[in-house]
Structure formats: structure tokens, C-alpha cells
Design a protein around this ligand. Structure first.
Ligand code: ADP
Length: 381
């Protein structure tokens, strides 16, 4: 255990004999002593290093004990340094005056060393108590301001969520309205137009669904309430299902989806619902952020227990490749581009991979693009 820091006691007394005697005595008690022959010099020492206690003479030329007390009281950081006043005067009025002006104790000269020791001790205890009180107050103030910041963050988040759910909702409504209008006019809707409208509705509802589920699951995982349903199975069928489901959306984004997985059964352990949502988030991201990409590969490499989602878009700058997994972080928004999404998708993916005993990282694809590599657990817990 680290030893307690040495107490630092400042003696301010214009009488050299008294001063030296007090310094010697304070040091014989194991404390660190410093001496000043005048009030002003004493205050300079205080400004350099606040003492744990001050032994202060009352009658001094230029700046007397009263003036030192006033100067200490006027400063928020020094107001609480315990001052023991030492004086040749022992009348009640002087005692009352110095205590009223901020001294914690008063000792008429000559004094017994044992009494000085007891008084110093009491002063330190009082100072420790005061310091603890102030530290508690500071903690309390910090908790309060953290709480205010969290509240403000939550308000901003609610704002973003309401705004972001509004976009796909508007797409759904617009397409549904058009279908309804067509039906009301009695004219048959051409099947390719019908398919297109329905595809837009499906993709907008998928993105709303992902957003809502990610938020709910993040809250569950953060409070340790999400128990993954782990099973050993081959993930290849899931990759094919996702590829077919997302093909229309990929087509809208000008991208082809490929599945690259070996034949045969190569089981690994995962929660099928969670992994499906992780992959859906990564695929939806590629359609949103891999501008100019025309290819999305879902790859399974059983030897490394790795699943990869790779696009040939612009890729993710190395400097933010870890930060994108933080909640609410958006690389695009950080670079000043307009915001799409709320930055929860990848935070969800990382948490979900971790509850399944796996991991996720972003890599640079060759020759260009992003690759999200998921490593899965070999066994169920
Ligand atoms: P959101 O939920 O807002 O889409 P995410 O957490 O899913 O946010 O993604 C965080 C950031 O990572 C995005 O703002 C985007 O800049 C970047 N990103 C994610 N996937 C890709 C990708 N395939 N290509 C380029 N950037 C990407």
C-alpha cells in the first residue's frame, strides 16, 4: 500500500526564534515544515503549494495575521486551509475576532508542544473531512452533468430515430398510395409496375425492421438480457436465402450478389436469427454506402470459421475502420456528407457477434472495397 503523503505545515511568524522552534517541532512530528517571516512571503508559499495547515502569528509588520486570514478567505481554494493562530494576546476579544475571520483554532503563547500537536491533528482531521466533502460534491456535480448530457443525447437520438423511420415510411406510403389510386381508377396495373412498387415497399419495410430490431437488441444485449440460441450448423443455406431476398434491392443499387461457399456440410456454432440480422445489416450497408460498387460477395471459409461480406465500393478509411463499430458513429457524416441511418447497424453487429462468442472486423478488400469479416465460434457454449 502506498504510504500517506507527508503533511505540509506552513509557519508564518516574524520572530526568528519562534519560527525556527516551530519548524523544528513540526518536523520532529514527521511533518514537512516551511517558514515565512512575513505575511506576504507566506501567501507566496501558499500560492505555490497549498499547505495542510498554517501556524500563523497575529502581530506582524506590514501584513499582519488578520490580513493573511482575509487573503485566505478571499480565495476559494485556500478558504479551507486550517489556520491555527498563535499570539501573545490571550484576551477573549482577540480570540473571538480571529475565529470570526476564519482561523480554526487559537493558541496563546507560550504553548505546550503536546497541545500544539493535538491542535494540528484536529486541524488535519477537519481538513480531510472537508476535502472528502468537496470531492463528493464534485462527483455529485459530475454525475449530474453526465445525466444532463445523457438526457440530451437521448433526446437527439429520439429525434434521429423519428426522422430516419420517417424516410422508409414515406416510401411505403407513397407506393401503397399509387397502387391504391391505380386500383380506384379501375385500370389494371401492369405486372412489372406492380412488382416494382411491391419491391420498394418490401425494401423500405426491411430497412425499418432492421433499424427497430437493432435498437431493441442493443438495449437487450447491453443489459445482458439477450441469450443467443446457439446451434451447430452450416451457414451456406442462410447465405443463399439472404442473396435471393436482397437481389431486387441489389439490382436497384446496380449490384450483383454472389455466394462463394464450398460444397458439403461444414458446421459452425451460431444463432441463426442473430447471424441473419448481422448479415442483413452488412448487406444493407453495402447498398447504402458502397457507392459505385457493382459486386457484393457473401463468402464462407470453413477452415477459418469465417464469413465475409465484401463489396468493391470505395472502402472504409483505415483511420475509422474500428470507430464505425461505435454506437452512433458514421464515417460519412463525420466527413461532412449528409447522414443516412443512425450509426447503430455496426454497433449491433459487433455486440451480436460477441454474444455468439465470435467477432467482427472491417478490412480493406483487394483491389478496392470493404470486407466485413465475421469469425464464428467452433462450439456451442
Ligand atoms: P447506420 O446504422 O447509420 O447505417 P452503421 O453502424 O451500419 O451505421 O455504419 C457506420 C458507418 O460505416 C456508415 O456511416 C458508413 O460510413 C460506414 N460503412 C458501413 N458499411 C460500409 C461499406 N460497405 N462501405 C463503405 N462504408 C461503410
Amino acid at each position: 500500500m502506498a504510504s500517506a503523503p507527508t503533511r505540509f505545515v506552513l509557519i508564518i511568524d516574524d520572530n526568528a526564534l519562534n519560527r525556527d522552534m516551530l519548524v523544528d517541532y513540526v518536523e520532529s512530528l514527521g511533518y514537512e515544515g516551511a517558514a515565512a517571516a512575513q505575511g506576504k512571503e507566506g501567501m507566496e508559499i501558499v500560492a505555490r503549494r497549498a499547505p495542510d495547515a498554517i501556524l500563523l502569528d497575529l502581530d506582524m509588520p506590514v501584513m499582519d495575521g488578520y490580513a493573511v486570514l482575509d487573503a485566505l478567505q478571499a480565495h476559494a481554494e485556500w478558504r479551507h486551509i486550517p489556520v491555527v493562530m498563535i499570539s501573545g494576546k490571550d484576551d477573549l476579544q482577540t480570540m473571538t475576532d480571529v475565529l470570526a475571520r476564519g482561523a480554526v483554532d487559537y493558541m496563546p503563547k507560550p504553548f505546550k508542544p503536546s497541545i500544539l500537536k493535538a491542535r494540528l491533528h484536529a486541524s488535519f482531521e477537519r481538513k480531510d473531512l472537508r476535502d472528502r466533502e468537496r470531492a463528493l460534491l464534485r462527483d455529485l456535480e459530475k454525475s449530474y452533468s453526465d445525466l444532463r448530457a445523457a438526457e440530451a443525447g437521448r433526446d437527439a437520438l429520439t429525434h434521429m430515430i423519428v426522422h430516419d423511420l420517417g424516410n422508409p415510411l414515406a416510401v411505403i406510403k407513397m407506393n401503397a398510395d399509387m397502387l391504391q389510386m391505380g386500383a380506384a381508377m379501375g385500370s389494371p396495373i401492369p405486372s412489372d409496375m406492380l412488382a416494382e412498387r411491391v419491391a420498394h415497399i418490401a425494401s423500405a419495410s426491411t430497412s425499418m425492421d432492421l433499424m427497430i430490431r437493432s435498437m431493441l437488441d442493443i438495449a437487450k444485449m447491453e443489459s445482458g438480457q439477450l441469450e443467443p440460441q446457439m446451434e451447430r450448423q452450416d451457414p451456406t443455406p442462410l447465405l443463399h436465402t439472404l442473396a435471393s431476398r436482397f437481389r431486387p434491392v441489389a439490382g436497384d443499387a446496380g449490384m450483383q450478389i454472389e455466394v462463394d461457399a464450398p460444397e458439403g456440410d461444414h458446421p459452425v456454432a451460431f444463432d441463426a436469427v442473430l447471424l441473419e440480422r448481422v448479415l442483413a445489416n452488412l448487406m444493407a450497408n453495402a447498398f447504402k454506402y458502397a457507392h459505385g460498387a457493382d459486386r457484393l460477395v457473401l463468402r464462407y471459409r470453413p477452415d477459418d470459421r469465417r464469413i465475409e461480406v465484401e463489396d468493391n465500393g470505395p472502402g472504409i478509411p483505415e483511420a475509422v475502420r474500428e470507430r464505425i463499430f461505435e454506437k452512433f458513429y458514421q464515417a460519412e457524416a463525420a466527413s461532412g456528407a449528409p447522414r443516412v441511418g443512425i450509426g447503430l447497424g455496426l454497433a449491433f453487429c459487433r455486440m451480436a457477434m460477441e454474444v455468439m462468442g465470435g467477432s467482427i472486423r472491417a478490412e480493406q478488400a483487394e483491389p478496392e472495397g470493404s470486407r466485413f469479416a465475421l469469425t464464428l465460434s467452433a462450439t456451442t457454449p
